[in-house]
Every structure is written in structure tokens, then in C-alpha cells.
Ligand binder design. Sequence first.
Ligand code: ADP
Ligand code: MG
Length: 361
Amino acid sequence: MITVKHLTKQYIDPDGSVFQVLKDVNCEIERGEVISIIGPSGTGKSTFLRALNLLDPPTSGEILWNGENILAKGYPLNKFRQKMGMVFQSFNLFEHLSILDNVTLGPMKLLGLSRSQAEEEAMTMLRKVGMGEKAASMPGDLSGGQKQRVAIARSLAMHPDAILFDEPTSALDPTMVGEVLSVMRQLASEGMTMLIVTHEMKFARNVSTRVFFMNEGIIYEDGTPEQIFEHPVHSATKAFVQRIHKLVFEVDGADFDMLDAKSQMGRFCIKYNVASKVEAANRIVDLMGQSVMSRLYPYTLRLTHSEQTEVTALDFMKENIQDSPLRMPQTDSTLLDKLREHCQEIVEEPTTRGFRVKFIL
Ligand code: ADP
Ligand code: MG
């Protein structure tokens, strides 16, 4: 249904410098697919949606819609725009119009429906999203969740072939997220083609047919929800979906300020609600730092915590070695036992560039 090839978007800053938001976006979207777009903020997710429906036309690249290049000169853009609905974080309802009039406006103006036809149709769509009773209300009388359901009805009234959603639940009070997601889930089950930028990972996981992980202006990784959430290929994807937080230190020699590093690690553990791990982390840093690692400068010390798996780990990483620092001939034989007292598990593993000893705290 939609093929995107080498899409780019750049902004020119007032000082003349070029800011490349979309670097090279490529994808294919089939009719009936429900695609969640996830990724850190500022990576171009909104820009991608706005480029796709030409609210903010791309700088270069191709968008094929049922095989036709919509960026080609002379393509009937109005028709295309009607076929591509958009639901925004901020609802974008006309505050001075009733709910019913918000929904009938587009079909009357753009599809040429009579008022009575448009109203009949609008009522059908409003009932579909559970808002039939509010037809005569003004937007100001509605909750955020209700406004967003009206925005979805308004989009449906145009009979779109696809609907783009840009963080449709991000502006909502948490108690109202569910009602909007359930309307979206229903649309998905009816076969509506949907592209949804979202931070609702559970929804992305359970409702999408595919997930795009966007990062640094490209679709960094795409796959089924299972692939993206359970078996991501790239470490950036993994870090994002598991919400992994990191604290990294390059320990370059005996003069490295380990006291400062330890106090940062303490704050990190408190921030992520694992203050109980601070003591273990300190003991392991001392045991390792004063023995094997003192022969391996420079090395990388890393503390990570995954909010999803709730695993906190302390890593010692050294480039250009093939064996575990814990297995070197000069290693004190009691060291392993002492280390084991302070952690649940020790994982010794080669990495692409060297070797890592991981302590699961
Ligand atoms: P996301 O939705 O993934 O958070 P956006 O697509 O909103 O990211 O923005 C990506 C980057 O593009 C941001 O750094 C943002 O500041 C920049 N950007 C977005 N719109 C404009 C604009 N109209 N002019 C200049 N820069 C913009
Ligand atoms: Mg955005």
C-alpha cells in the first residue's frame, strides 16, 4: 500500500547550518498492517509521520501510494491527504464547534456530503468510539480521553485508507489512556491500516503486526513485536525496549577517582530503586579494582539497570584480551569465592572487541 524509499528531511537552521532529521528511511506497509513506531525522542518519529502525509514534505526520496509516486509533479495531493488520516497528541479539535460539527466539517467540505448525510455518518462514527451521547457537547466539556476518541471518529468519517497516530495517549491523564487504546485496538481488529508512534510498549507488543524502532533518523530495526521486544538484533534496540540505564567509566590508571565513581553509582542505584545493590557494587569494585583489574588499565567499568527485567549488573570490560581476567595464572584463587558472596551470578564472556566479566547484583 505504501512504499517509502530513501526518504530524507532536513531543516535549515537560522544560522544556515543543515540539520538532517530523517537520514534514509525505507519501508513497506501492507494494507491492514498495524505498525508501532517506537524510539527515543528527537529521532524523527513525528517528522516521519508528517512527511508521510505531506504535512511537512520530505526533502528527498519517494513515497509510493498503491504504486504511484505521490511526490511526482501533478499528483492529486488533496485526494491522497484525505485517504491518510492523522490523529495528534493534542487532539486538534475546533474548540468553537460542537463535537458533531467537528466530525461533519471534513466530509461536508472535502467529500461533498450534504449536512444530513454527514450528520448521519458522524453519529455512526461517534457511536463507534463510544461518544454518541456527546454529539451536542463542546470540546471544552470533554475529558482528554473523550476528545481523543472524537478525533479518531473525525478521522474515520473521512473514510481513510490508513490512519497515522502521533503519540495519541501521551497528553492524557493515565486513567484515560485505556479508553483510547481500546478504540485503537478495535480499529486494528477490523483491519484498519495504522501507523502509531507510541510509548505504550505493552500496546505495541500486543496489538501491532510489526514494530519499527527509529533511532538517529532511520528505521534502525524492524520486525514482529516478538523479534523487536524479545530478540532485538541491535544493542540500541535492546537498550530501548528493556529500558536499560547505564553509567560508564573509563578507568585509565591507578589515579582514577574511584571514590567519585562509587558515589555516582550510589546515586544511580537510588534513582532506579535498587539502593540495596550499592553495597555489593562497592565491594565488587574494590575486590576487582585492587586485584586483577589493576593489571589491566585502561578498562571500562559499567553499571546497568533494566527497568523491564529489573536486572542490575556491573561489568568490567577490557579490549584486546581473549581470556577472562578471573582465569589469569596470577589470579588469587580465593578471589572468585569472595566475589560470589556479593552477587547472584558471574558471567564471563568474550565480546566483539575483548572480554567482559559481568556481575549480576
Ligand atoms: P520525535 O517525534 O522522534 O521525538 P521529531 O520528529 O519531533 O522527533 O524531531 C526530530 C528532530 O527534528 C528534533 O531534534 C527536532 O528539534 C527537529 N525538528 C522537528 N521539526 C523541526 C522544524 N520545523 N524545524 C527545525 N527542526 C525541527
Ligand atoms: Mg514526536
